[in-house]
Design a binder for this molecule. Structure first.
Ligand code: MN
Length: 325
């Protein structure tokens, strides 16, 4: 995460935006003093950019938090109050509003009544939360507050909440194996015509969930090729979770460990089912339990619930027969 943060600072150094907004949870826990010093010196290196940040629920301001006493560099503005306050930048006629978490949870919809006060021509809200326990947000209310832009933090997946007005930047890098999809930051521009913003993919890696369909001709070696081809197509730098579907030859057993040739598969779920040759099985087992079992499902459509139950039952029966052989 530090590496991504440093890369983002390098981007800001070269693009020199007026503002860099950090919408809370810069840290996933209480920051150490040395961490605040590192972050502040990186922010201070942005000579042409003003930085505004708030504390989120993860790095909420505890009684003994270093956030309370830390002295930020001149271009860094920490909105540390529990109540919504504003920092003004007359040089580019902008004010940024926001508040910080002093508790892990805030179930009150604080932003519902946090209208822009008209201190500057352009007003921005820096907000954190959006679920029931963390300042619930109403799209309608947010739209009526009078801000040119609402920069949202808390949800890791980047997403637009109100088109042209409010969006979650998401985490710079995925922080969890279920944080699939692109990660990056939001680059916004406010002109006479209004606000426009777009998501900039920035993460070095993504978590990708893939599905692979097998059929009765798929051998273990072929499956390995299919999995590796998917990884080559979507990028070797990413981390994968595979779901195997379809029907396999009952005599083929997939060795799941052998599929991870590059060490970037974190999970493989095998939901394939054996493709039994039911007619042949029936012919050979007419007078025993297997035959009667197949008979009881006669007419089941392939891929129906009944057919799946039939195949699973057959697998179980064949397994016990193998066991007694
Ligand atoms: Mn949060």
């Amino acid at each position: 995460m530090w590496e991504s943060f440093r890369r983002l600072i390098r981007v800001c150094r070269s693009e020199a935006p007026d503002l860099l907004l950090v919408a809370g949870d810069l840290f996933h826990r209480q920051p150490l003093l040395r961490e605040l010093k590192e972050v502040d010196s990186l922010f201070a290196s942005l000579e042409r950019t003003q930085v505004v940040l708030i504390a989120g629920n993860h790095d909420h301001i505890r009684r003994e938090s270093y956030y309370r006493t830390f002295r930020w560099s001149g271009n860094v503005h920490f909105l540390g109050s529990e109540k919504i306050e504003a920092v003004e930048f007359p040089a580019f006629e902008t004010a940024v509003y926001g508040c910080s978490y002093h508790e892990k949870q805030i179930p009150t919809p604080l932003y519902d009544s946090a209208a822009a006060a008209g201190r500057q021509k352009t007003e921005i809200l820096l907000a954190h939360g959006g679920d029931a326990a963390h300042i619930p947000i109403s799209r309608e209310k947010l739209s009526g507050l009078g801000y040119a832009y609402v920069a949202l933090g808390h949800i890791h997946m980047p997403q637009v909440v109100v088109p042209g007005l409010a969006a979650y930047a998401g985490a710079l890098e995925p922080t969890d194996k279920n944080d699939t999809g692109h990660h990056g930051y939001i680059r916004g521009e406010i002109t006479e015509k209004g606000c426009s913003f777009s998501f900039v993919p920035f993460a070095l890696r993504e978590y990708i969930h893939c599905q692979v369909e097998v059929d009765p001709r798929t051998t273990g070696a072929r499956l390995r090729e299919m999995v590796q081809a998917k990884i080559e197509e979507k990028g070797e730098q990413n981390m994968y979770k595979f779901l195997l579907k379809g029907y396999h030859d009952p005599d083929v057993l997939f060795d799941l460990d052998a599929l991870d040739g590059r060490g970037n598969i974190i999970d493989i779920l095998d939901e394939t089912k054996p493709a039994w040759d039911l007619e042949k099985l029936y012919r050979n087992n007419k007078n025993n339990l297997i035959g009667r079992y197949i008979e009881s499902f006669s007419g089941a459509e392939k891929d129906s619930v009944e057919y799946t139950a039939l195949c699973e039952g057959i697998s179980a029966l064949m397994e016990t027969r193998r066991g007694t052989e």
